[in-house]
Structures are given as structure tokens and as C-alpha cells.
Design a protein around this ligand. Structure first.
Ligand code: GCU
Length: 592
């Protein structure tokens, strides 16, 4: 095949699988059959099962006397889904390669119904076979995707998926990142049934900088979805709004209404009902405005200070990837107890449960795609991969009022390629969601003597600047904390998006020395940081790194770390360290 034809063919396949992977909005409100539970697995460290020699996806059984299949699924070897594989089997703790999963289920095809298989996330790359046919592939460990399987159903159906979490230089994230490389089907899996013509997607939020207009759109999918009447009801607001879809099956909405605005102090959510003749979807939606004005961040027109915390998607007590609503409730209640009104979901989009729980608890969120440090920005494929991750994250969460910031990156090194890529990402985000703020976390503030200067040109494209600085831990204080002066080349709000130090819970010692992981040292770093914060007039948020100790393959100090990054304010059992009380007092003493 000529090279040009081959490239075109690959592009079409890629586009098709991306289009097929366009997920339904609000999956949990649909008619679904959960495939959560035990899945049979085959551990395949050398990817032998993907070829034609031992094609696992064919799921063959011996028939003739000479037949035998070494790669065979059996109930004797299973993994729980959702769940990372690293925490389920000791031999998989550090495993970074392929695992094959298989699940069977019964579902008879019904006339007029469409059927999809939906994955909340699979880390990192996967190929999905439905009844032994490849229906699609996906790259990216932290966003949902789905494939249509209408017409492929049998009475008993099988899903086989090849999951691979190997690190690669052109992955996002790439080769070396400071969190555990949890592999597997890490979030919910469902079979979704819809009518032939259904409500695929919608965006229903307050119009930008308005408090009395609810605006957005509804997108149908299916034949005959043009000129279809739809109805949007918000009973508590006495709203019953009729619209008609256009030639693309899209209906635009513009509803005069003055809802009670969502805020941390009053996280008001409304039952929004979208009705089509053949389909109805309910969603709980909050209405609020977020904007910047000079160096202020305004929530519903009022200046707000973001009392934040960073969290990884992890349940430290069980050393596993978090995925459930209960996990989300635990992590966010820990944040509330600290006194937070803001959480940075680092360094990737977390599961949908935590975003919905934040809506209910009134916690504002920073959500991020995993462009972490050493990304291969000179590779043209990176922008396409990053935009796909942004699209999948924003498609899922654009109706979640708790999300106020989309973050493009974390600690990427300044370069022409990096600025060009992230500028293009920001432009793409603004083209699909103009209502939220855009940020990135940079770590190249210049610190000399008592002056810290923010002048990274990436800030030009940001609405809010995130700065990670570890004065007192990675960087010795170059002056008394209370004498530090911060300057910015940009008249924009600053969130100190990471700061902190390490300590091992219950380990005590000098408050002046880093080398012994003493709780007293971590607490002192926080006291010093707070002294510095009081002199930064354009500081509008603080996010300690991090809520709880978390697992990382790069943290191997044999006494104090043992595979854990110890910068938590909480231990890996959720116990409060001395630094927790320092930060709690800072937030408690701050006016709402
Ligand atoms: C960096 C990075 C984090 C990392 C932290 C640390 O700022 O953003 O992902 O865990 O520092 O070194 O502990």
C-alpha cells in the first residue's frame, strides 16, 4: 500500500474510532447493565496474545485431539473490575505490560434499541473485542470512552479487552511520573441501551457572566434527529422550555430564569429533565458564574479565595486506585475537614463520582490532563492526543458546576514547542467551553535572595497562574519567609498550586532538618509558607501538596518512604500529621 494511502487509511480509522468513542452525557442516568465484578484474566508480559500465533481475542477452545491453547481464560485467574491490577496480586505490584480481560453477559438484542459498551477509564492503552470482533481501541488512562455494538449481540456475549500500561516517550504522561502506574480497567464498565434516536449530549449552564439566563444546547444521535421537538424542564424554577433540533440534530437553548446560584456555602443543584419523544434524561445541575477580574477570581461576581488541597485518585489505606462514590466521599470529606472549599484533582481527570460529589458538597475543582513534566512536545502527535483527552474530559464534565478550572499541564519545561502546543490546547478548550477558566501549574518562578519572579511566557495564555514551589524542602529559603517578595509579569490571579514537605507519621525530630522526615519539619515548612503567603497581594488560592501520603515507584528511601511519597498532611492511614493542624488553622482563621 502506497505510503500516502496508508496514512489516509490510518487517519480515517483513527477518526472513526474517535467518533465512535464519543461518549453519552451522564451515563449513570441511562439504562445500563453493569459489568463490574470479577473478570477472567490472562497475564501477557510479552504481548504474545495480540498476534496471530496465540490470538487470545479469538478465545479458542480445543476441539480436535491435537488442539491445545496455552493462552486460555479460566475462572481460576480473575481480577476485580473496577480496580487496578497492581493492588490485587503481589506479582503485579510493579507490572507494566499487558493483561487480557474477559467478561461474558447475557443480553438479547431488542428491535429499535442501540447498545454501547462504556468504560469509565482504562490505563493506559486498550483494544476492545466484542464477541471476538475488534470494535475499537483507546489511548489515555483517565477519560471515558465507548463503542457501539448494536447488531453484534448474541444471547450470550463476551467482551475481551487487551490492556497495556507500558510507559512510552510519546504517551501522556510519558516515561517518569511521581504516582503509581496503576494499570487495568480502573473505573466502571457498563452496557448502555438507548432508543434508536437518543439524547447523546447536552450542555446546560448559566450563560457566561449572566445570572438570569440558562443557555446551552442538546445534541441528538440517530436517524431522523433533525427538526425533533425537545423539552427541557426544571420544575423547581417552573421552567418548561421547548426547542427544535436543527439539521445537525442540535437544539440551542436560551432560558430566561434566575436560579439560586451554586456556591460552597450553598451548593444548590436542580433536577433538570430533558425529554425527546423517544428518550428522557435527568441530571442534577448547579448554576454559577466564574470569571477573573485583574488579579481577582470572582464566583458569582464576588471575590473568592481558594482554600485548596491537592489529591491523587488513591485510597491510601488500601494502597489502590480510587474509583467509587464511597472513595470520592471519603477523599472530599477529608478535604472539607481540613477547611477546604477547593480541590486540585492532580494530575489527570479523576472518576466521574468525585466530580459529582464535589457538586453536592460545594467544593470547587481544578481538573487537569496529565501533561506532566517530560512531555514530547516536539512530536506533532502530542497535540492530537492532548486534545482528545481534553475533549473526553470536558465532554463528560462540562455540566458540573464544581469545576472552575481546566488545567493544561504540570511543570512542563519552557520551550517553543511547549508553548505552541499548550496555546493550541487552550484555544481548543475555549472553543468548546468558554465558561470556565484555564490554568497550568508551572515550577519555574525565579527565586533569588528575597525575590520570587513569575515570568514564564506560558502565562500569557492562562486566565489563572498556578505556581508549584517547594521553598523549605527542595529549595532552601533564600531569605526569611516573611520577607519574601513575589513579583509577576502578569496582572493575573495566582494559585500556589503546590508547596509542602515530607514527614513520616509518628516520626519526630528537629524542625530545622529535612533529612529525617520529622513531622516537626513538615509543620515548620507550612508555618514558613503561610508567613510568606501573607505578603503576596495577587495570591488567590493555596493548594498544599498533598492531602495524604501516596504511592510512587520513585520514592524508595528505605526507612521513611518505602514506595510512598510522604508529603501528605495525612498519613497513608488517614491520620493527621502536625502539618495538618497548621494548614487547618490557616484556613479556619481566613474569612469565607
Ligand atoms: C512536583 C509534582 C508532583 C510531585 C511533587 C513532589 O511538583 O507536580 O507530582 O509529586 O512535586 O516532588 O512530591
Amino acid at each position: 500500500m502506497k505510503k500516502v494511502t496508508l496514512i489516509a487509511f490510518c487517519f480515517i480509522i483513527g477518526l472513526y474510532s474517535m467518533l465512535c468513542a464519543q461518549t453519552l452525557q451522564n451515563v449513570y442516568a441511562r439504562h445500563t447493565i453493569s459489568l463490574n465484578g470479577q473478570w477472567q484474566v490472562i497475564i501477557d508480559p510479552f504481548n504474545a496474545g495480540a498476534g496471530n500465533w496465540k490470538p487470545v481475542w479469538k478465545d479458542q477452545r480445543p476441539t480436535g485431539k491435537s488442539d491445545f491453547y496455552e493462552y486460555a481464560f479460566t475462572d481460576a485467574v480473575t481480577l476485580k473490575v473496577p480496580g487496578d491490577w497492581n493492588s490485587q496480586k503481589p506479582e503485579l505490584k510493579y507490572y507494566e505490560s499487558t493483561v487480557w480481560y474477559k467478561k461474558t453477559f447475557t443480553l438479547k438484542p431488542k428491535p429499535g434499541k442501540r447498545v454501547f459498551i462504556y468504560f469509565g477509564a482504562v490505563n493506559y492503552q486498550c483494544d476492545v473485542y466484542f464477541n471476538n470482533q475488534l470494535v475499537g481501541s483507546h489511548e489515555g488512562g483517565f477519560t471515558p470512552f465507548q463503542f457501539e455494538v448494536t447488531g453484534k449481540l448474541r444471547d450470550t456475549n463476551s467482551v475481551i479487552i487487551r490492556v497495556n500500561n507500558q510507559r512510552k516517550p510519546d504517551n501522556i504522561p510519558a516515561m517518569n511520573f511521581d504516582w503509581w502506574n496503576y494499570g487495568g480497567i480502573t473505573r466502571d464498565v457498563s452496557i448502555i441501551e438507548t432508543p434508536e434516536s437518543y439524547i447523546q449530549d447536552y450542555n446546560i449552564q448559566l450563560a457566561k457572566n449572566k445570572s438570569d439566563i440558562i443557555a446551552g444546547w442538546v445534541q441528538l444521535n440517530g436517524s431522523g434527529n433533525t427538526s425533533q421537538p425537545i423539552l427541557i424542564k426544571i420544575p423547581e424554577l417552573h421552567v418548561s422550555y421547548a426547542a427544535v433540533t436543527d439539521a445537525n440534530g442540535k437544539a440551542w437553548i436560551h432560558i430566561p430564569s434566575s436560579p439560586v446560584l451554586w456556591s460552597p456555602g450553598n451548593p444548590k443543584l436542580y433536577d433538570v429533565i430533558i425529554t425527546l419523544s423517544t428518550d428522557t434524561v435527568h441530571d442534577l445541575i448547579g448554576f454559577r458564574n466564574i470569571e477573573v477580574k485583574g488579579t481577582e477570581i470572582l464566583l458569582n461576581g464576588k471575590s473568592v479565595f481558594l482554600k485548596g488541597i491537592n489529591i491523587h485518585e488513591e485510597v491510601p489505606q488500601e494502597a489502590r486506585r480510587a474509583w467509587s462514590e464511597a472513595d470520592a466521599e471519603m477523599l472530599l470529606h477529608w478535604a472539607k475537614e481540613l477547611g477546604c472549599n477547593f480541590v486540585r484533582l492532580t494530575h489527570y481527570s479523576h472518576n466521574e463520582h468525585i466530580v459529582r460529589v464535589a457538586d453536592k458538597l460545594g467544593i470547587m475543582l481544578w481538573e487537569e490532563v496529565p501533561l506532566w513534566q517530560n512531555i514530547q512536545f516536539s512530536n506533532p502527535a502530542i497535540l492530537n492526543k492532548a486534545d482528545t483527552m481534553l475533549k473526553e474530559m470536558i465532554t463528560r464534565d462540562k455540566n458540573r458546576c464544581s469545576i472552575i478550572l481546566w488545567s493544561m499541564s504540570n511543570e512542563t519545561s519552557p520551550s517553543v514547542y511547549r508553548n505552541r502546543t499548550i496555546t493550541a490546547m487552550a484555544e481548543y478548550v475555549r472553543s468548546i467551553d468558554s465558561t470556565r477558566l484555564i490554568t497550568s501549574a508551572i515550577n519555574d518562578a525565579h527565586i533569588k535572595d528575597n525575590t520570587a519572579t513569575i515570568d514564564d511566557s506560558l502565562c500569557i495564555v492562562l486566565d489563572v497562574i498556578g505556581v508549584n514551589e517547594y521553598l523549605g524542602w527542595y529549595v532552601p529559603w533564600s531569605a526569611k519567609p516573611e520577607e519574601m517578595v513575589w513579583n509577576s509579569s502578569y496582572n493575573k490571579p495566582l494559585i500556589m498550586s503546590e508547596f509542602g514537605a515530607e514527614s513520616l507519621y509518628g516520626n519526630h525530630g528537629s524542625a530545622d532538618s529535612n533529612g529525617y522526615w520529622a513531622e516537626e519539619r513538615e509543620a515548620q515548612v507550612y508555618k514558613d509558607q503561610i508567613a510568606m503567603f501573607k505578603n503576596i497581594p495577587f495570591l488567590r488560592g493555596t493548594c498544599p501538596w498533598i492531602l495524604a501520603d501516596f504511592r510512587s515507584e520513585t520514592r524508595l528511601q528505605p526507612v521513611y518512604q518505602q514506595g510512598w511519597n510522604r508529603k501528605g498532611l495525612l498519613s497513608d492511614k488517614g491520620l493527621k500529621k502536625k502539618a495538618w493542624y497548621v494548614m487547618h488553622q490557616f484556613y479556619e482563621e481566613m474569612p469565607d
